[in-house]
Design a protein around this ligand. Structure first.
Ligand SMILES: Cc1ncc(COP(=O)(O)O)c(C=O)c1O
Length: 389
């Protein structure tokens, strides 16, 4: 795509941004450049690539594609979402302090507390929907405010513009994990975030066949530092992984439309179901941050959680009984998944902390796929019936 690519809508950029036909052969799709090293014309004189940890053409195309989708200048890819999160943490010095949401992804909580606390980085986990609580948690040494929205798995929606302001007032960076929303639904840089983080493993890859991560920013200096850590730490994705994610991003808009439609319908249906006590989905008008979600997002996403009007055992039986919904961790693929966060994705967070954040042991999280919604309803109906009657 040309320099005017910003004139194109996201559906067009998803397919074309960073995707020039191969100059040698005209191949329309970015080839999988399966190379570790590149011939040099003279010592130190190369044609843009010298070693694939430092840079690889398939990775470059993916990085350009993702930067364009987020409306950012720079993109960097990593071998997992955690690799991307680690790179943001690499910016910190010992003695620094981080304020994060109290219901962040379990792996994010784990790297914060079990990896970085031992390097004398301090973390405070607060309710990031309460901006006064965030402001009060800020200290002189606060270098980073970490925001997830919608959150995993309670689907709280955080006000990115307000939290970026609080971070900047305190001289800290604001990083937003945009994995749940994807750039098709929400672009945090537009609201003042400094860094956008992704697990590419989820909606951007979209087919549950690859693990990857990315960071996008408008700040050249930050991007250069991310590039330094990318090369120095080495958590970079291989070209085949980048190819798979590039294949995924092309259909992101059409997939997301169906994910959102199916999730909206399932959320309403579950909300009316006698066996269900509570549904967590920002698209429901009863959701506490529904208006914020409607303003900040273009649609409400494909993730929802719910609690049964029943026992923990009954909740476990539901997730074990569904047939179309696979009992599995992860999310964002075309197929529907179901899980119990307290025993699976969020087991790394101590039980007391989980409960304080409102994450009950019986909470069921669903990644709504793109199957026919009536088949999804029928599958859940069968499982709810078997577990509660
Ligand atoms: C919101 C969120 N961020 C980050 C990650 C970590 O990504 P990865 O599994 O690709 O390392 C996950 C994984 O589930 C996630 O849900």
């Amino acid at each position: 795509m040309t320099d005017d690519e910003d004139d194109f809508r996201i559906e067009t950029r998803a397919i074309h941004a960073g995707q020039e036909p191969d100059p040698e052969t005209g191949a329309l799709m970015t080839p999988i450049y399966a190379n570790s090293t590149y011939a040099q014309d003279a010592p130190g004189e190369h044609r843009g690539y010298e070693y694939s940890r430092t840079g690889n053409p398939t990775r470059t195309d993916l990085e350009e594609n993702l930067a364009s989708l987020e409306g950012g200048e720079y993109g960097r890819c990593f071998s997992s979402g955690m690799g991307a999160i680690n790179t943001v943490l690499n910016l910190l010095e010992s003695g620094d302090h981080v304020v994060a949401g109290d219901d962040v992804y379990g792996g994010t909580h784990r790297i914060f507390t079990r990896v970085y606390e031992k390097y004398d980085v301090a973390f405070d986990f607060v309710d990031t929907t309460d901006h006064d609580a965030v402001r009060e948690a800020m200290r002189e040494e606060t270098a980073l405010v970490w925001v997830e929205t919608p959150t995993n798995p309670l689907m709280n929606v955080n006000d990115i513009a307000a939290l970026a302001d609080v971070a900047h007032e305190g001289g800290a960076l604001c990083a937003v994990d945009n994995t749940f929303a994807t750039p098709y639904l929400q672009r945090p840089l537009e609201f003042g975030a400094d860094v956008v983080c992704h697990s590419l493993t989820k909606y951007l890859g979209g087919h549950s066949d690859v693990v990857g991560g990315a960071l996008i920013t408008d700040d050249a200096e930050l991007d250069e530092r991310f590039g330094f850590y990318q090369n120095s730490v080495g958590a970079t994705p291989g070209p085949f992984d980048c190819f798979l994610v590039l294949r995924g991003t092309k259909t992101l808009p059409v997939r997301m439309d169906r994910h959102c439609d199916n999730a909206r319908e399932l959320a309403r249906w579950l909300d009316d179901h006698p066996a269900v006590d509570r549904v967590y989905y920002p698209g429901l008008e009863s959701h506490p941050q529904h208006d914020l979600a409607a303003a900040q997002m273009d649609d409400f996403g494909g993730m929802l959680s719910f609690e049964l009007d029943g026992t923990l055992e009954q909740a476990s039986e539901v997730v074990e009984t569904t047939e179309v919904f696979a009992l599995a961790e992860s999310l964002g693929g075309v197929e529907s998944l179901i899980e119990q966060p307290a025993a699976m994705t969020h087991a790394a967070i101590p039980r007391e902390e989980r409960r304080a954040a409102g994450l009950t042991d019986g909470l069921i999280r669903v990644s709504v796929g793109v199957e026919h919604v009536e088949d999804l309803k029928a599958d859940l109906e069968r499982a709810l019936d078997a577990a509660t009657n």
